[in-house]
Write a protein that binds this ligand. Structure first.
Ligand code: NAD
Ligand code: ZN
Length: 377
């Protein structure tokens, strides 16, 4: 499918670390208590701290019915994550300082309960509690030296695959660098995957985040850096996304279950492969205009027909079918300076762009071409 690619390239990924274990299915949240309790028991047996840090998406602040199901003790630490903006290195540092200020250095476990922002925040805190310095010191590949605090992920919206990956995406506002802590230590020890938790997600948000899984995989399969296991994960992720988004109701019980599986598999796929043209343009929109990752991907899809013709048609068919509204015109009349920043923050992503277009990708993505594509969005 899509454009013919150059000869297959080696991803250079030699060892793949997956999540340790998971519970899956409607009502699986009931299993969380047992996992948390066993962490407290083993901490107690060694004289370690039995307290747990709960990192919770702000949506649940007002949902006492759901909060009541979390196995919290009076002395646990609860951090509510503001999801207005995506994580910043400074924001992560201040949460770590908050944890240390109440005297917790190594908790029994950290529970991340929420969307990609919340899961990434929990992952970053877990790394920083056992490693000196600040979040910005670990943006990159394999910079985390000490094993992280034990952590359990409970996703409440499906698509990014953040529950499965070895990174936690953060922006350093001082340098403009949007990059995660790519490390085996960033991978969750355990997941609780309960599709009942995604029932309250607003429809448009559900679509934007869900499509991240689809987009990761169409980009990976059209690229030249390939891995046979990653390809298999990608194919199944796309099958499930087609079932969900081209079906009658993307939010039925069955669809939410399918999308939760797709998200996990898509995250596992991306651990062994690279994205393509969509993500670099989407990153430009995020860095320069502050647009959130998943909606930025969907906006970018307006300009992707020439790169991914089949996926383009399928994507816009799904938009119509599900009746969602993808914002339009966000980059149509910007200043020269903004277009320059958009260009810079797009073409900087050499690995995915090489994956999609070859090493001389800048011959295709000239400044004028990049601006033309942004104007199509
Ligand atoms: P999000 O965390 O941005 O949340 C989206 C919105 O949905 C928020 O308003 C949130 O409060 C709300 N929400 C979450 N669960 C809900 C529920 N059950 N009911 C109602 N509302 C709910 O969601 P996302 O799209 O999953 O995550 C995006 C983030 O993930 C970005 O920061 C992106 O950089 C990151 N990301 C990480 C990886 C990775 O591998 N670590 C991969 C892709 C994206
Ligand atoms: Zn993505």
């Amino acid at each position: 499918m899509n454009k013919p690619v150059a000869a297959t390239l080696d991803t250079g990924i030699k060892l793949v670390r997956n999540v340790g274990s998971f519970n899956f299915g409607r009502g699986a949240i009931a299993d969380l208590a047992g996992h948390v309790e066993s962490r407290r028991v083993s901490a107690k047996s060694t004289g370690a701290d039995e307290r747990v840090i709960f990192v919770i998406d702000q949506f649940f602040k007002g949902r006492s019915d759901i909060l009541a199901r979390l196995p919290r003790r009076h002395d646990d630490v609860v951090l509510i994550v503001d999801t207005t903006n995506e994580p910043t290195t400074a924001g992560i540092d201040s949460l770590v300082a908050e944890v240390r200020a109440v005297g917790v250095s190594v908790p029994a476990t950290i529970v991340g309960f929420g969307g990609g922002i919340t899961l990434d925040t929990a992952k970053a805190i877990a790394n920083l509690l056992t490693n000196p310095g600040s979040a910005a010191d670990y943006q990159g590949w394999d910079l985390v030296k000490n094993p992280a605090v034990h952590k359990i992920g409970v996703p409440t919206i499906s698509g990014t695959g953040a529950e499965a990956t070895r990174t936690c995406v953060m922006t350093n506002k001082a340098t403009g660098l949007k990059l995660g802590m790519n490390s085996d230590f960033t991978v969750f020890n355990h997941l609780v995957l309960d599709p009942d938790l995604t029932a309250t997600v607003p429809r448009d948000q559900y679509f934007f985040t869900g499509m991240d899984a689809y987009i990761h995989c169409i980009e990976a399969l059209a690229g030249s850096y390939r891995n046979a296991v990653g390809d298999a994960y990608s194919h199944e992720t796309i099958n499930l996304c087609q079932k969900v988004f081209l079906g009658d109701d993307m939010m039925s019980d069955q669809s939410r279950e399918d999308l939760m599986v797709a998200s996990y598999l898509g995250g596992s796929a991306i651990a062994t492969s690279y994205v393509g043209v969509v993500h670099p343009f989407s990153a430009g929109l995020s860095v320069v205009l502050g647009i959130h990752h998943c909606v930025a991907n969907c906006i970018t899809m307006r300009a992707m027909e020439e790169f991914y013709p089949e996926a383009f048609t399928e994507f816009w068919t799904a938009v119509d079918r599900q009746g969602v509204v993808v914002p339009e015109g966000v980059a149509r009349s910007l200043t020269d300076e903004q277009y320059k920043s958009l260009y810079d923050s797009t073409v900087v992503h050499s690995k995915p762009l090489t994956n999609a277009l070859g090493e001389d990708y800048k011959n295709t993505l000239t400044f004028d071409k990049v601006v033309e594509l942004f104007k199509m969005m």
